[in-house]
Design a protein. Structure first.
Length: 71
């Protein structure tokens, strides 16, 4: 698995997931439940991960959508 985006914005994360789902690119969100440890303050970014074989396609798709950046 490789990380393509790190974000603390849950709305953007959902949007990125919908972009990848629309292209049939499998993905997983790492650190999604860390908010239970951080008291819900949103300080730790969630990582959007894709399998190694889909990395290039996912990066190109997000670049085409102007969404390939960390925030």
């Amino acid at each position: 698995m490789q990380c393509i985006v790190k974000t603390t914005n849950p709305v953007r994360l959902t949007y990125l997931q919908s972009i990848l789902s629309g292209a049939d690119i499998p993905h997983t969100v790492f650190d999604a439940h860390i908010s239970a440890l951080e008291a819900g303050i949103g300080a730790f970014p969630r990582r959007l991960m894709v399998p190694d074989g889909y990395y290039v396609a996912a990066v190109n798709l997000l670049k085409d959508s102007s969404e390939f950046y960390d925030d």
